[in-house]
Design a binder for this molecule. Structure first.
Ligand code: NAP
Length: 256
């Protein structure tokens, strides 16, 4: 059974990692997928992959921190695909890993711009289309770092905490419009983002990964598909009574 048959899904940061896995799974389950990212070559590759598997997809360049780009791409997606039913606010960056007192204003604002303003802008420009069609599901990618501290990545923690509460508040604002808003809180997932952190770490990639594995009670970090299945559930009508909730997919990290 196709779980999101006929729905139009926009995925931000859809070219790599968790976003890519979400695009592929949503397409496999029957959605028309607007793959959006700033990594154009990789984004085009994802749409080709979807088409080769018999799915429906098109790529749009969207820097989520740029209102003009978001606004014009979302209008174009709605007019070409007929609506916007699902928004996956997935694009995010880790930013610098320094203690708070060493972070510059510019470094702080860069992370805020993508991880918080980006979620705001994409939500803002998808809501009118969802209102028009009378339903919608918005899925905001927060993190375990939006729930608990880890004594690193201060700006990232701040952004992911913000995304958690933006989701709950928007869930309340738009409940009467039948637009659901939920957050997902992944544990560490092996993606280019985490590989980047590993490469920058003084202990080296292998030791970094082993150390990350050991922080998850289940014994290892997750895979992009572990999160994509959560996205699929929240995107589908199976979750029609679920709004303002936080779906933690973290191998037990925050159960400790
Ligand atoms: P990723 O591997 O870095 O992929 C993210 C994609 O988003 C990349 O293609 C990236 O392009 C793109 N992107 C960056 N800035 C953008 C912008 N301003 N506008 C549009 N696209 C942009 O990241 P990921 O690990 O899959 O993470 C996806 C989401 O899950 C993020 O919100 C992240 O915070 C969250 N998350 C991840 C983990 C984890 O362990 N991986 C855990 C918890 C939460 P470039 O490569 O060109 O930058």
């Amino acid at each position: 059974m196709k779980r999101v048959k006929g729905k139009v899904a926009v995925v931000t940061g859809g070219a790599l990692g968790i976003g890519r896995a979400a695009c592929l799974l949503l397409a496999r389950e029957g959605a028309k997928v607007a793959v959006t990212d700033i990594a154009d070559e990789e984004g085009e590759k994802v749409t080709e992959e979807i088409k080769e598997l018999g799915g429906f997809a098109k790529y749009w360049h969207v820097d989520t921190s740029n209102e003009d780009e978001v606004s014009s791409a979302f209008s174009s997606i709605a007019s070409e695909f007929g609506s916007i039913d699902i928004l996956v606010n997935n694009a995010g960056i880790a930013g610098v890993n320094k203690p708070t007192h060493e972070i510059s204003e510019e470094e702080w604002e860069k992370v805020m711009g993508v991880n918080v303003k980006g979620v705001f802008l994409c939500t803002k420009h998808s809501i009118p289309f969802m209102k028009e069609s009378g339903a919608g599901s918005i899925i905001n990618m927060s993190s375990i770092y939006g729930l608990v501290g880890a004594a690193d990545l201060p700006a990232y923690h701040a952004t992911k905490g913000a995304v958690r509460l933006m989701s709950k508040n928007d869930a309340l604002i738009y409940a009467k419009d039948n637009i659901r808003v939920n957050s997902i809180h992944p544990g560490f997932i092996w993606t280019p983002l985490v590989e980047g952190l590993a490469k920058d770490s003084p202990e080296g990639v292998e030791a970094f990964r082993e150390q990350l594995d050991s922080r998850h009670p289940i014994g290892h970090v997750g895979e992009p598909d572990d999160i994509a299945y959560g996205v699929l559930y929240l995107a589908s009508d199976e979750s029609k009574f679920v709004t303002g909730s936080e779906l933690i997919i973290d191998g037990g990290y925050t159960a400790q």
